[in-house]
Design a protein around this ligand. Sequence first.
Ligand code: AHR
Length: 662
Amino acid sequence: MRIRNLLLVASLLLALPTFAQDNVITVQADLPGAAVQPTMYGIFFEDINFAADGGLYAELIKNRSFEFTPDPLTGWQAFGKVSIKDDGPFENNPHYARLESMGHPEWWTGLVNEGFFGIGLKKDHEYRFSLYARVPFDSAQTLRVQLIDPYTKEEKQEFVSKDIKVKSKDWKKYTITLKSPRTIDKAQLRIFLCEYNGKSGKGTCDVEHVSLFPTDTWNGHENGMRKDLAQALYDMHPGVFRFPGGCIVEGVTLDNRYSWKNSVGPVENRPINKNRWESTFTYRYYPDYFQSYGLGFFEFFQLSEEIGSEPLPILNVGMACQYQNKKTDKKAYAPATEEGLKEFIDDCLDLIEFANGDTSTKWGKLRADMGHPKPFNMKFLGIGNEQWDSLYFERLDIISKAVRKAHPEIKLVGTSGPDAEGKQFDHGWMAMKELQVDLVDEHFYRPVSWFKREWERYDEYDRKGPKVFAGEYACHDKGKKYNHAGASIYEAAFMTGLERNADVVSMATYAPLFAHVDGWQWRPDAIWFDNLHVVKTASYYVQQMFARNKGTNVLPIANSEFPDKGEDGVLASAVYDKETGEYIVKVVNTCDSTREVSIRLEGLKNLSRVNTITLDCSDYNAENTIEDPNVVVPDESSVAADGNIINAAIRAKNFVVFKARK
Ligand code: AHR
């Protein structure tokens, strides 16, 4: 153990009441320092682990437009006479299904959709079913729409059944509401030709964009988000919302990159994209993983606004994934010239217009048409994800110059690449400084040993260069757990270092954010879910405890026994919140035993009690699960204080937030 601030500690020890302290933590409550950026402690959203379709995006039908490749009936089970046509009403999604009568009253034609690992329905909740349909040759046809339980032992599979009369030869949208009489996590949707007398229909009916949404989405938006998952984001109080990734931004090839322009406008006409995570890990291979872009850039900006986060879009820099492509692959890298990168420059400029432009502009008008005439007031733009080397620097140089020229008000985020240190990382940082980006996005998915070594990471960072965006990080541990509570405590310890260095660290986002328990590729993650439930992990709560208590200004802090690199110990940081008048001290004990801590708040007096929030991660392997979601949750309480001193015993692997008021 190293003794820090010896003189300060010596004077303190004389002044303190008798208490066998392991750590003396002195907070200069009377000296508020650097501003804590409002963007601190945010969320990193990427469509990995079925985070978007099948997750946050509330659509319950998989492959609603019959566009998945190579099999347009992926997710559907067809029976009777079903064929796929490709001259449908939506230019970017031309396929649709034709249902034709089998010519016998008891031979049926129809489709069953399996949803995303089933369809989750809640008792007495309403669901909006819609589709586009036409009768190309005949007079009216009846479509029977059913919610079914394919695994039931009862005689009848269907528990909801309603008919739609399709009368028009032209494509028309039909909408009905279905109320579920039961809670079920793996239902399916069935539609088929049927006459009112219960016999099979006699004609032909074409169907397209078959959709089922809960009517009770987040804020009631029709093309909305799953309420419980969006609520979990809101409850975190994230300062910034990074979107859409991640490697998704890059794509396996440039054609496969996330193209924001494909993600706006009417949902029916947003072309789908194969999810690049579908093929990345063969041990978790999902050949049916596509992006519908239903959760697109409009929905992202809207959700950012509604959960109180600063939107941080990340756009492609003219490069597909560098890991998956050779340096010379022309398909993977657009030419590093202004002309070669025109599409990517336009993507940046047009996105700024979409977010902030006047409604008389092309993209500003689209935003207004989509329901948000007021600008979204976007302030940041990331260009490139996890890229390195001159391939990246040359392209970023060209694109960032063009963006700065048109929009000097937008702060640009570059990246130091996939490494958290080393030659490539240093090279990246040097280049980012030369290119004068405003923030540098660093990534570190690292083991406990790394987090133990890096507590002081930002203490020595250059204060004059770009600011830090800790854009993807998580403490990874071995083992088969989805998350380890014990690992989360090291994230909390590390984050005290982010907070102490508020003058250089401006943003931080844990990653990844979401994972479906039946369809994940990557773990740990902040939030797990199935079709009906949401599970917040210990890591989520660590983020929440920082985000909800981030304050407005850092307070200088001295810790008598700061652990050496690689050792366990007590880590702390403190902030003042000028909005609420609170003095907030965060203390993390990563040791395997209780530590007696004495916190002295210089400049305060007459404290008799302070509020506390404690996260107990002492059961290292504990984790919150669908069955038991509240194993590791923050506990609110209070402790006695004496004047300006708080003496507290911080138990093994506990994270405590102390909140005092004058
Ligand atoms: O978060 C998962 C992936 O990790 C991100 O897509 C990528 O940026 C990083 O390699």
